[in-house]
Write a protein that binds this ligand. Sequence first.
Ligand SMILES: [Mg+2]
Length: 331
Amino acid sequence: MLKRCFILFLFRDIFEAKFFHIAYVRSLCGEINIDLFEITCYLEILGFLKKHANNPTSLRSGMRMGPYEYKEDKMKKIFIFDLDDTLYWNVHDYCYPMLEFEKFILDILGHKAPHISVMRKLEGEIDRGRVKEFGYSIDRFPGSLVETYRTICSRIDIPFDKRIAKKIWQIGMKAFDSDIYKRKGLIKDAEEVLNFLKEQGDKLILLTKGDQYVQKLKINALNLKRWFPDIFIVPSKTEALFRKIKFECSLLENYWFWQAKGWKEIEIYGVGNSFQSDIKPALEASLSCIYIPCETWEFKEEPEKALKEAGKNKLFIFQEIIEIKERYKEL
Ligand SMILES: [Mg+2]
């Protein structure tokens, strides 16, 4: 508590002075014996706050720098949303190119082609195996189809044809299509929920794992900036990442609220469809979570134990996204 108060007082000094000096920060930290790691963390936050100080329009109306003002009675909540299969049905974007690939192989290899179930199993194994090497890059999926074709050629002892491989690559690239994203739009009720949360004055953050190019394509096609001023595209979601976001956002919001209404811990929720990727690291970072399960190609069994340990106050399991609005008062 003492340290929290110190940070908040420090912020006030900095804002009123509109600048800070490291020696000044260090001398203040020395007085109450804060270590270097914490100083580094504070400086990260200061950078974040300074960015907002220089861009007042990035702060919501009702809050401004300098003489402090926080017009609302309630403290807003922060929701960190996942994108794929939480706000947008993504998994089947890959199914159509897979079906086209299988038909293509049947057409060109005829009776020599493996059974469709064998092809599908083989493609799945190869694709999962390539996650280690390629992560969630745009090259992985079309490359996995080409590698499946290469393996089939080797198994039935026919030469690998580069022209066919090129055609297969093009089939794989159909999984990433801006027009499809636009045509499909957000999942049912997602828009209603996001509008509702925005009306409540809550802060919405988009945290999505995947290829920068592909995710930006989706974000633009779905016009997600309407709701998410802060968007992060990351190669993986970790406890440290959730902690960093929590640290930056919660201190900023706590600060404004504390100035007007007194100290209150802010509520932050991680929202996602994947236990392993969205929920587990967020729980480890002491966030509350809203888990809306959806099975995907990289499905892993949910650890019942971890779910139970998370407890009722920390973890909400919803079947549909609309429950965020319907059960908002329980959050
Ligand atoms: Mg997801």
